[in-house]
Ligand binder design. Structure first.
Ligand code: SF4
Length: 286
């Protein structure tokens, strides 16, 4: 069996930073809260909880004056305001690339641009990004959203458009949506900022390349991880024999007779999870 592991697999800069700083913080702050799971990985989440991290789903659940970690995805403008009102000590580990999107969207909105933001509507990063654009920000996830937004913008008569995207959005969709918007609104001033993170772009490119050359492609990462799901879609287009797994245990019932197997892992997949999958493939055990 030949195993090809993508070099871009595993923690990205933003996730690495969030995990290491949270571990450091837990050494001095016993009652530390985190808004949502720090990363989409059960093993890491369990370890952090054992060290004393309390995961909550809303900022309202964090007690007055407590300390709260903001994960790499970031939060909404309104959540920052609630944190301030409750005198919560915010340990802001929002990835700098996401913070830059917040700033850009806020500036464009102030200058009167209508914002078209590509992203998964329910993803926390997209919710955070969109919150800085106010009422004139449209989130576009599917082709139908593009058509609907164009229609509404034309009805309002807005001619200044700024296009940005969630950091883990698909590169191919970014270009397809942008071409569609430019075609449908030829008379508008359209600024395009490709804010897909470089780490995402490289990883998607690598997934695509590896998938073309192997018998089976394994995409490792959380089932709720947006960037992992995107990787799966990219790889699947090149190789129908692509499987999305979260842990090595999911390989239990699968047989890979002398195959060439490709591996790529999402941005929140620890190296230990990748190693376990490789062990399993080589020895039939973790
Ligand atoms: S994928 Fe990119 S933007 Fe998102 S946390 Fe990682 S480095 Fe930051």
């Amino acid at each position: 069996m030949e195993i090809v592991i993508g070099k871009t697999s595993g923690f990205c800069f933003g996730v690495k930073n969030a995990v290491s700083k949270t571990i450091q913080e837990l050494e001095t702050t016993p009652n530390l809260y985190c808004l949502g799971e720090l990363i989409h990985n059960k093993e890491v989440t369990d370890k952090l909880e054992q060290k004393g991290l309390t995961i909550v789903n809303t900022i309202e659940e964090v007690p007055e004056g407590a300390s709260c970690v903001i994960r790499a995805h970031g939060i909404t403008k309104q959540e920052y305001e609630v944190a301030k009102e409750k005198k919560i000590s915010v340990i802001d580990l929002t990835c700098p690339k996401v913070l830059l999107i917040h700033q850009k969207i806020e500036q464009y909105a102030k200058k009167g641009y209508t914002i078209l933001l590509y992203g998964k509507k329910e993803h926390p990063e997209t919710k955070g990004n969109a919150s800085f654009g106010g009422e004139n920000c449209y989130v576009l996830e599917k082709k139908e959203d593009v058509d609907q937004a164009v229609k509404q913008i034309q009805e309002k008569g807005s001619k200044k458009i700024a296009i940005l995207s969630q950091t883990t959005f698909g590169v191919e969709e970014f270009h397809t949506f942008t071409n569609e918007i430019q075609t449908q609104m030829p008379d508008s001033e359209i600024l395009v900022e490709n804010t897909i993170c470089n780490s995402t772009k490289l990883r998607q490119k690598e997934a695509e390349e590896i998938a073309k050359t192997v018998d089976t492609m394994l995409v490792i990462g959380g089932k709720h991880s947006s960037n992992t799901k995107e990787l799966y879609e990219v790889a699947k287009k090149q190789n129908t024999n692509t499987i999305h797994i979260e842990t090595a245990e999911e390989l239990k019932d699968k047989v890979f007779p002398k195959e060439k197997i490709g591996i790529i892992a999402g941005a929140s997949t620890p190296q230990s999870a990748i190693n376990k999958v490789v062990e399993w493939l080589q020895n039939g055990t973790e």
